[in-house]
Design a protein. Structure first.
Lengths: 225, 118
């Protein structure tokens, strides 16, 4: 899932300095699961903003709504009838959701309340770790299910580098060497030959905003309308 | 026992302090309470194992959030006692009341025209 972290309160407060009536839009999917921008986080942030602005003698009328997903047009639709009443929108969705919200209501300022951080896993309640950089060239098949782009400090497709040090990375002894882990995993599976396969370098510099159209689907002519 | 404790305290009963949500604590202050404290079972004695530890974390979070908005975090506190400790309950009630009196009234009290709707 996409993992986000709430922005510092002062930053959010600063965004809304000049607005008196704001709608805080939460997202019920990834950011709700990672406890950053779901229904509860919307309530907490609204309570904080309400109290802080009262203390500043500059009250704000802040409402909250959490929709299923902000990255999906069909769920954004429910906001159409509401947003007109507000001077600005605050979004607690990931960067994609915030942009989709802003794209749908281009005349209303939309501010982010979270910093989208990574695609990761849930190790325990409240504890998340990055696992994927969405590089578009997945090599997990050859690397025993361990992503070197994410977990190797250099993001090497072919490793390890000379900095590997008894299982640790040269940047920090507490940082495991991803390629050491890959070696151990492949060895355990009796597939060490996989580490010798050379993966061509990813063309990062040519990476433009990506579009995916799944097999059996096409881009509708009405897209974006 | 017929013990006295300050009359300004309003008790909200919950099945376990683990039921106390962060928003309960924030809403109390947001709606003008001068202070709010959670009284849980002794640590290690929770019938639901972790309820009072969860409450402690939420109290800490509420304190941090109040500091962030410019209020005294110490308006929210957590106390622990066993159900057999009536005199301790009364003593904590007195201690909290005196502590809040020293802090003064909730500054939000006179600024209540625009309650949050979330």
């Amino acid at each position: 899932m996409i993992v986000a972290k709430r922005k510092p309160f002062e930053e959010i407060k600063h965004f809304l300095k000049g607005y008196k009536k704001v709608l805080n839009v939460g997202c019920g999917t990834c950011v709700a699961v990672c406890l950053a921008g779901g229904e509860k986080e919307v309530s907490v942030l609204n309570a904080e903003l309400d109290m802080a602005r009262k203390i500043d003698d500059n009250p704000i009328e802040i409402s909250g709504i959490t929709i299923e997903r902000q990255c999906d047009r069909e769920y954004l639709e429910v906001l159409d009838a509401k947003v007109g009443e507000y001077e600005a929108l605050l979004s607690m969705a990931c960067g994609a959701g915030i942009q989709f919200l802003a794209e749908r209501y281009p005349n209303i300022p939309v501010f982010p309340a979270v910093d989208t951080t990574f695609i990761g896993v849930n190790q325990a309640v409240g504890w998340y770790e990055e696992r994927c950089r969405s590089c578009s060239s997945c090599v997990l098949g050859q690397t025993g299910g361990i992503c070197p782009v994410t977990l190797c400090a250099k993001g090497l497709y072919n490793g390890p580098c000379g900095g590997t040090n008894k299982g640790s990375c040269e940047i920090d002894s507490n940082q495991p060497c991803a390629w050491y882990m890959i070696y151990e995993r492949l060895k355990g599976q009796g597939r060490l030959e996989c580490i010798l396969e050379i993966t061509p370098a990813n063309d990062w510099q040519n990476q433009t905003p990506r579009t995916v159209i799944q097999p059996g689907y096409s881009k509708p002519e009405t897209a974006g309308k | 026992m017929r013990l006295d404790y300050p009359a300004n305290i309003k008790i909200i009963r919950v099945p376990c302090t683990g039921k106390v949500d962060l928003m309960y604590l924030l809403s109390a202050i947001q709606k003008g309470a001068d202070g709010v404290y959670v009284v849980g079972c002794l640590e290690g004695s929770c019938h639901y194992k972790q309820g009072n530890f969860m409450a402690r974390q939420r109290v800490q979070q509420a304190r941090a959030l109040l500091e962030e908005v410019g209020l005294e975090g110490d308006r929210v506190r957590m106390y622990n006692l066993s159900s057999g400790e009536g005199p301790t309950f009364a003593a904590y009630a007195k201690e909290m009341t005196e502590h809040i009196k020293a802090l003064g009234p909730n500054p939000l009290k006179n600024r209540m025209e625009h309650p949050a709707k979330a």
